[in-house]
Every structure is written in C-alpha cells, then in structure tokens.
Design a protein around this ligand. Structure first.
Ligand code: SF4
Length: 374
C-alpha cells in the first residue's frame, strides 16, 4: 500500500523542515548520506494465513498483507509469509527534550527526556505536525542504527530521567519501543509513550507492563472525525484508555481543538463526562491550540475564547487538572492544587520557575497531588 503525502519528499526537503529534531553528537543521523540498510525483525502480534498472507494484530486496522506488501503504516512487511518490522533499531529522530514538551505536566516535572522515533504511523491525520516522519516509508529518510541498549546508554550519559517514544507513532515500532523500555528499566530510567492509542487490547496491555507513563492524543469524541480526518476509529482508543487506567500506568490526555471540526460545546461536554466517569478526575487534560498546517492549512488557529470555553467545560465536569496548550503565557500552563487552589508548579512554555511539592503533596495544604514526581 502506498502512503499519501502532500508531495514528493526528498531528503533535502525533509531536513529543511525537520532539522530541529536532530541532535548533533547524539544519534548523528545527518552524518551519513548513504541510504541505511534496513534491519527487519520478525513482528509481534501477527498470524499466518493461507496463501502466504499474514494478518497483523498490532492495531485495530488488522491489515491482511500479501507477500511482498506492507500494512497501512508502511513499516510492517510480509516477506514470504513472515511479517517483519522494517524499523527496528532505525530511529530517524532523536533529541533531548524537556518532558513538558510531550506534554507531561504530572510526570517528572523539570526533567529531560531522550525522545526517539522511527518513521511510520497507523493514522493519517490531516493536521499532523510531524507528517514528514509519520507519513514516510523507511527508505525515504536517513536513519541511524541504534540498539535498544545504546539508546538507554545515551539517555543515561545525557542526564535524561526518561526515554520518550514520540514524534511519529510508537505503535508502529512496538518491538523497538518495548526493547528500549526494558533497557531503560535496567538503567533505572523511566519510559513514556506519546501515542494516538490505536492499539489492539493485547498490545496496549503488554505495553503498560513495561512503561511508566502514556500520553494519549484523543483526537475527537466523534467517530466521523476519526474516520474522515484521521483514517481510524474512536472506540478502540477509548478502550485503550480504559486499559491504561486499569493498569495503573500514569496517563495524561491531549485534545487538539480544530476550529469547526471538533470544537462544539456538545462534543467537549460528552468527552468531559466520559473522562470523569471512565478515567476519573485525576487524569490531566491538555486542550491544545491548533495552528494551520499540512492538509488543514486553510483553517484558522483555534480562537482563545474556544479554548477557554473548553477549559471551563472540563473543570465544570470535574476534571481537576486542565491545561491549555500552545499558549505559553497563559495562566493555565501552571499547576494549581485541586484542594487549596494555590499554584504548585509555575510554568512558562516548557520552563518551570518553581515547584511547591513535598514528596508529591501540595507544599501549602499537604494534599496528595496525582502524578509521578520523583
Ligand atoms: S500496525 Fe500497521 S500493519 Fe499492523 S494492523 Fe496496524 S497499520 Fe496494519
């Protein structure tokens, strides 16, 4: 299956758009102009079918793949009846980021996270910020060869507290992600997943046993939006969120609010009720401002009034920690104790100027604040 992209992506045009992702001296993916050799690894979560076909069970698409073909994500290929991951050990992007950039606001605040991605995604979101990575094939981009142990070693050397799987969609490099998470654990590093949540139940359940935190991009609360804008379905994402909740893995939610598409009061109210009823009041929700890009470049940015309205709906429904994203100076970037209302983490953009927590309790009233703090 051929991936859609807005134009032919050359190495030069990709680098022009994405060079900020790379860190010289960390993965040095720019050091070689040679095309990388792929390192296929037999995939997990698949079954063999008659006639040499395979069916992939990693995500709800359940692609049936002929020999010589790839699944919708573009990085899992059937070779003579065996399904392979084409991106194991081949990151296209690696960078040391503040954990607030993911965003995680209740997970190791003020720490750095070694952030890593391969190409590929199992959705086709029309607003994707990282389409150069997510909608590319393994042959399109320069990559580095980096074993899971090497990734964890680099994170330690650089002083990161965690490794984040981010930028593209980690589900499509599941085998690499889980092996890195195991190596991170050996080095007493945390691991965090930034994901669309579009996994099979088995895959997300097993992942939750290995990682410490998951940030879910809940794209909308409507099936039609998921189908028309993202090329996926809503219900499996909601099921993943319930599995994450049951596992006790720390979770935060991001909702990118796109004007005219997923910003109705009714939709936000439904989502807020569902979050409180199914996940509880302590899951932080980040309502993020949309900026025109990729295939939705014709739309305006989200008005501040819509974001603040959504903030009020979430708070009224009982969500204790609501943040507005992509608004660096807004007061909602900071964290306020749900009990006494005092500011306990002061943020401006990704920078933290003060933290008033004592062993995870409010520094003013002593209330326990949900999250992973140290
Ligand atoms: S992970 Fe890729 S190949 Fe597997 S079902 Fe999802 S889109 Fe298809």
């Amino acid at each position: 299956m051929k991936r859609n992209s807005p134009g032919i992506l050359t190495r030069r045009s990709f680098l022009a758009g994405c060079s900020a992702f790379f860190v010289s001296g960390i993965a040095s993916p720019l050091s070689s102009l040679a095309s990388p050799a792929l390192s296929p690894l037999e995939a997990r979560f698949y079954s063999k079918l008659k006639g040499g076909k395979t069916i992939c069970g990693l995500c709800p698409h359940g692609c049936i793949i002929d020999s010589g073909e790839r699944g919708l994500c573009g990085v899992r290929e059937n070779r003579d009846g065996i399904l392979y991951s084409l991106v194991y050990g081949l990151p296209c992007s690696i960078h040391l980021d503040p954990i607030e950039k993911k965003p995680f606001f209740h997970f190791l605040p003020g720490s750095s996270s070694l952030s890593i991605s391969t190409v590929g995604c199992n959705m086709t979101c029309k607003f994707c910020q990282n389409w150069q990575i997510s909608q590319s094939s393994p042959e399109d981009l320069d990559t580095d060869h980096l074993s899971p142990e090497s990734v964890a070693a680099r994170a330690s050397t650089l002083g990161a507290r965690s490794i984040s799987f981010t930028y593209g969609e980690p589900v499509v490099f599941y085998e690499y992600m889980t092996d890195i998470a195991l190596s991170a654990r050996d080095r007493e590093l945390y691991s965090a997943v930034v994901t669309n949540g579009y996994y099979s139940p088995d895959a997300i359940r097993q992942l939750c046993g290995l990682v410490n935190a998951v940030k879910i991009d809940l794209k909308s609360f409507s099936e039609s939006y998921y189908r028309d804008i993202c090329g996926a379905t809503l219900q499996p994402v909601l099921e993943s969120m319930k599995i994450i909740r049951d596992s006790g893995t720390w979770m935060e939610i991001v909702y990118l609010m796109v004007p005219g598409l997923n910003d109705s009061r009714e939709e936000i109210e439904q989502m807020a009720r569902w979050i409180v009823d199914e996940l509880g009041m302590d899951v932080p929700v980040h309502i993020s401002r949309f900026f025109p890009q990729y295939r939705l470049a014709n739309l305006p940015p989200t008005p501040l009034s819509s974001l603040e309205s959504a903030y009020g709906i979430m708070r009224d429904a009982g969500v204790r920690y609501v943040y507005l994203g992509n608004l660096p100076d807004h007061r909602s970037m900071s964290t306020y104790c749900h009990s006494c209302g005092k500011k306990i983490i002061s943020r401006k953009g990704y920078r933290i100027s003060s933290i008033s927590l004592n062993n995870g309790n409010c520094g003013f009233c002593g209330e326990e604040i949900p999250g992973i703090w140290s």
